[in-house]
Design a protein around this ligand. Sequence first.
Ligand code: C2E
Ligand code: CA
Ligand code: CA
Length: 638
Amino acid sequence: MTGNVINYFDNYSPVADIVVMACCFVFFILIKFAYIRKTKSFNIFFTMLILLLISAATNIIFHISINQKGILNNIVIYLFYDVYLLSIFANIYCFVRYVSCSLYIDDEFSERYSRITSCVYFILSVLVIVGHYAHFGFYIDEELSVHSGIPFFIIFYFLFVGFAMLLLYKYRDRVFGQVTKGLVSSIVVSAMMLVIQVINDNTTYTCASVLFPAYAIMYLLHSSPYDMETGAVNEASFNDMIEYSYGHDTKLVIMSLNLIDFDNNNKLPREVQYLVKHFYTRFLKNAVLFRPSNGRLIVTFDVEKNPNKDECIKNMLNSFHESYPKYKLDYKIVIMESTDAISRNNEYIRLIKYIEKMKLHKNQVRIVNGDDIKAYLEHRYILSELEDINRRFDLDDSRIEVFCQPVLNTTTGKYDTAEALMRLRLKEVGMVFPDQFIPLAENYNLIHVLSLIILNKTCKKIKELMDEGYELNRISVNFSVIDVRDDNFCGDIMRIVKNCGIPYDKIAIEITESRNENDFEIVKEKIYELKDNGIKFYLDDFGTGYSNFERIIELPFDIIKFDRSLVIASGKSERSGTMVNSLASMFDTMNYSVLYEGVEDEKDEDMCKSMYAKYLQGYKYSKPIPIDKLKEYFKKSA
Ligand code: C2E
Ligand code: CA
Ligand code: CA
């Protein structure tokens, strides 16, 4: 070992190490300005960079010192050599640790594995140091000849690269194929580079060769794709940050700015892009900007790092209100602190959208409070129950309850019809009223099953009342236009009514006018089909929309339900009264029956009676009651 006097230290050029050092600085700068989650594996990666910097720097110093051999004490030269080599060992060791850490390995194999690698790392490091004095490693003899000794670096390098490859292979299911391929190919490139260097008797590229795996890691695992318009990071990074802060009990402030006009794919105007880029950093420390969708910007910051956060937010909003009007863009701002109930499943964006929709008008700011979060959680709960009702599709689902409002027939002075109104009874929140769940069910396309359930329950009750001998003409059930669009609309209704064993004319369907042209044709076709079988039809909420008489007349309605707003208007002004009266007169002449809704007192009743009322419905007679109590209003036939 002592024989081979070498000259490859002479072939060394510091250029590669200088480049490595420069690259490390680039890394540090990128890390400073990027959003990177500070996980355990990130910390290992960061250590690798520092080690790389040290090894590149000491490698240069070592080569300078080796030219001063004879002048400098050998021990000093050995010291530089050791710092260089051991830090590069440590770097490679960290790489292997990094791989095992990002593969989330914590089984017996990995324990044994980490013990072995630590031992190898320790033994080889000791051998390097001892090698100088025992003359089997790198040393300088009395004649100042340099001996390279056992190539510890090559041994170490290939052993550890082997370890890393083994891990990547054994646990290949745990990472994306792309990431594995990326890491493996970066290792292969650096290994090839080392082999070429050895063949050419050179040591210039040693440090550079371990740079590639670091680049691969940075790019594949810690990169956060930036949005070039605003400098924001994407939604995946936002989710990542929430998950991390939840795991580490970090309190965040989350501020969302929704630029309503940019929800689609419009580009933000240049000045706005510029404003966004520079605005929030003036007020906040360590804030991160995200852009989960085109029109939405979210700034988050750590509460601890901005102790007077309320002051910061206030200043920020003031400045926003001062400078913003000139852009003339509509917005909605939602500000909140992170809370476990929302962080758990990372529902911030859903919550923000909910607040924007339910609690905010254009150009308003909302600071989310406990009640908002409660309302959102309730909304989410109701939605999940509605989804469950749909999944089960049980026509007797006990969560749906039928309430009824009896309707007075003015010709006979008796109650002989009623309207069925839906209620939801849920374990956690009790009774839920239609205004809370019907729009939700319509928006999420969950209404059809609900309508069929209430129809089924109503039909069963009608059957019961008929069997008991009550005089009951029919009960009307509400359907929404979304129901009517369903291909199975007619078939489903016919089947349910038939299965309950009642005549078709015991059921009426209430629908409201739709302004949509296409809907009209569909509704018309289906009404005629059901009508032919005997089912009755009511036009609901007449007077609330823009009525199109031509269309109404094309449809064979039995009853026109005048909305309560018409009753109120008639009571208030004579002109309105005259108008409602002539509308009612017109329908009456055309053989449609007129029903007034929302009759609350005697005054309403008298007025409606004087305006062609065939039917009356309202609190004066009864509030909606559970369908089981409906009997109390109907007479038994003799
Ligand atoms: P709607 O069809 O116009 O039902 C009448 C609503 O007016 C009922 O509210 C009823 O409680 C209320 N009301 C009755 N009498 C009076 C009164 O004298 N004064 C006042 N101020 N209000 C009165 P509810 O039960 O909360 O239902 C609200 C809406 O939800 C219904 O309006 C209907 O559009 C919808 N809805 C209810 N059940 C169903 C259903 O099974 N399917 C569908 N698609 N929609 C339903
Ligand atoms: Ca109705
Ligand atoms: Ca109505």
